[in-house]
Design a protein around this ligand. Sequence first.
Ligand SMILES: O=C(O)CCC(=O)C(=O)O
Ligand SMILES: [Fe+2]
Length: 305
Amino acid sequence: MSTSSQAEPQTVRVTLLLAGGHQHTLSLPSNSPVLVAVMKAVAAQTGSDRNTIPPSQLFQIPLDGDKRALCFPSHQLVGVVTEPPIYVQSKQTQMAAAAPNAPTPAVNDPTIPSRFVHLDNFFSKEECDRLLQYVMERESEFTSTTTSTGQADYRHSTVLYHFSEFSEMTIERVKGLMPKVLPALDRPVFVPQEIEAQLTAHNEGNYFKLHNDNGSPDTATRELTYVYYFHNYPKNFTGGELLIYDSKIRNGYYTKAESFQTIEPRHNSIVFFLSRYMHEVLPVRCPSQKFADSRFTINGWVRRS
Ligand SMILES: O=C(O)CCC(=O)C(=O)O
Ligand SMILES: [Fe+2]
């Protein structure tokens, strides 16, 4: 599990479009000086007066861990494709924004709503009952959760890493849903390289603060996060909503917006969203503090190759 704060860099897929129809794609952290320089070089070419265009600079970008290098003069850079989208201010919009009382063009600060898919009845009633029975018998095998940064008080919950029958069942079903879920999230359908699964319990006062799920090298290939929710009846906890934050482009960087989507942890439902979205789990109130009354999930990640 990885965590990252709002300002932490994301991985950006960058395709450089060069004169003559050439192009080259590479991955860069969103705070990479090369990425900033590339975006500036594109924006710099938009001045209405050619005299405002700065002299061409030479880009030298190391590739494949310094085994190769891509060199080109900035005037040969025609455009750039970024995923996620990064918008820069052109020379004109920078000037317009600098003018007193000028309204800031919307493109400078657009909020990009996060997409998610929330499906009910993931397991049959009989499967749910068996799963709950299975979990009730394994309370003593649950251990405290951690985060890759080791930051104290970032996450409080317990986890079961081995639950073979149900983890296989979940993974198979998640795989089967990919052709439906990926297009709904505006992603191309791909064959997952791996699907991870863990079983988590949130009891009184448990939470998971703001993070994303693919912000470290060992988690970078996580494309989708899924969370399957279940609990005993009658439901004996409140809270524990999952907040998925929208995104904003700020100073050319892809960052968390103030707005968010709220996911209720509905029994026997599963939610899918992009692992790069910032999200958090609000504190759970479970007055009985009984394990059986916890907010349970089977949650995991779909990795691309
Ligand atoms: O329990 C949830 O709703 C989300 C959990 C989560 O964000 C995670 O395990 O990475
Ligand atoms: Fe997460």
